[in-house]
Ligand binder design. Structure first.
Ligand code: PLP
Length: 431
């Protein structure tokens, strides 16, 4: 199966970590997000252990919590000793309320308001990844008022297109994130940061993209970032201690996607980076990575109930489910591919070509088009696999549809981590 926690039991039903998904659907209703806790914990450990082993003491991963953000997730990653990054005051609030040790949190975002900055300082966020000049000025002033020195990284745009070969370094200079080395603006930011009395300018950050299946783009980015660290040392005398290369390692959603070994990627990355560092005569900085998808995606399955059918003669055959783009907007947004099956007929042949449609009043509300599926009937349970990342966290109430619950399975025992929204929740703030 596409994820390690999945299997099929003697009844021919899909299981997550040994638990029958048909039983989960019966007990908790549908749609429901399922997460396998052990998968998440194992993925955290692979990153933590391999980064320590290959990059050395002081190098560590941050869970990019925009991939999956609710209270219990922050508790789980905290108990693994994993860092986090947050991209909004809402994520900071959720982590803080969960009791997450905020000194291990990094705060991203290309437009942090003064209120966001104050709030993050109140919460004790360990490091700001400063995106722009306005933020630098505002943060320096806010830290000064508190009589404190705030640690920062600067977000840099190395000008890498992750889909091209490492030697073909193109685009991405034109981005709303960070400042570009190429235009000279990054060096101006560096000089301004080094002058800020209330900021500790510890390093630089870049994030080159997502669903990346080889290490070349990271190695190319590191080349450019190392060269920049060297230039910074030459021009300002500041020797940076941290290099954050962002997230982006991919996960397989369908059988044709590559499967990658994260430990091996980190080992090879470390090997390359060490060479690059040496070639510039630099001391190896602490390396930080920010995996989101590769920590949580494979832990997730979404369950739906099949409702109605439409076989349009000469055209598509639609299978409609009781969820859709409000709980999983990724097909509508990116045409993302998924592995889908009828959970209570998991052993049967896939003989029907069909399109999975949601229940919204929106023709773009699809989960997959023209996939092969088992023969489905009204009342069957449909499972969409590898939905742990960017599903719950991207969900909306479009069409006034309540968001599904999150059920976490640990060692064969399911528990609700986020309750299903009620209709009353939908009008809670209405006056
Ligand atoms: C989205 C994001 C990540 C995580 O990316 P994944 O592809 O989920 O690993 C990490 N860092 C930053 C700054 C991001 O915006």
């Amino acid at each position: 199966m596409i994820a390690k926690c999945l299997d099929i039991n003697e009844k021919g039903h899909l299981t997550v970590s040994g638990v029958d998904t048909v039983d989960i659907a019966r007990e908790f209703g549908t749609p429901t997000y399922i997460l396998d806790e052990n998968t998440i914990r194992e993925n955290c450990r692979v990153y933590i252990d391999s980064m320590k082993k290959y990059f050395g003491e002081g190098s560590f991963p941050l869970f990019a919590s925009k991939a999956l953000s609710f209270t219990e997730i922050y508790r789980i990653v905290a108990s693994e000793g994993m860092g986090i990054d947050c991209v909004s005051p809402g994520e900071i609030h959720t982590a803080y309320k969960a009791g997450y040790p905020m000194e291990k949190a990094y705060f991203h975002g290309n437009n942090k308001t003064d209120a966001d900055i104050e709030m993050a300082l109140d919460a004790g966020v360990g490091c700001f990844v400063v995106d722009n000049r306005e933020e630098l000025v505002s943060l320096n002033a806010a830290a000064g008022k508190r009589g404190m020195i705030q640690k920062i990284l600067l977000r840099i745009s190395p000008g890498i297109d992750p889909h091209t070969h490492r030697k073909v370094v193109t685009g991405s200079v034109d981005s709303k994130f960070g400042t570009a080395i190429e235009t000279g603006q990054a060096m101006e930011m560096v000089k301004a940061a080094a002058e800020c009395k209330n900021l500790h300018f510890a390093g630089i950050h870049c994030h080159i993209g997502s669903q990346i299946f080889d290490i070349d783009p990271f190695v190319s980015a590191a080349d450019i970032m190392f060269r920049f660290i060297k230039d910074i040392k030459n021009e300002t005398g500041v020797e940076l201690e941290e290099l954050n290369l962002g997230g982006g390692l991919g996960v397989p959603y369908v059988d044709t996607d590559p499967v990658i070994d994260y430990e091996d990627c980190i080992r090879r990355m470390a090997e390359q980076l060490r060479k690059t560092g040496e070639s510039f005569g630099l001391k190896m900085p602490k390396i930080i990575l920010e995996p989101g998808r590769s920590i949580v995606a494979a832990a997730g399955v979404t369950l739906y109930t099949v409702g109605s059918f439409k076989n349009i003669t000469g055209y598509k055959s639609y299978v409609s489910i009781d969820g859709g783009m409000p709980d999983n907007p990724r097909y509508a947004l990116y045409n993302s591919q998924y592995t889908i099956l009828v959970a209570n007929k998991a052993n049967e042949e896939r003989t029907v070509k069909c399109t999975i449609a949601g229940r919204c009043c929106e023709s773009g509300d699809l989960i997959a088009e023209d996939i092969m599926l088992q023969t489905a009937e009204r009342g069957d349970i449909l499972a969409v696999l590898v939905t742990g990342a960017y599903n719950y966290s991207m969900a909306s109430n479009y069409n006034k549809i309540p968001r599904p619950p999150v059920v976490i399975i640990k060692d064969g025992v399911p528990r609700v981590a986020v309750k299903r929204e009620t209709f009353d929740d939908l009008v809670r703030n209405d006056i």
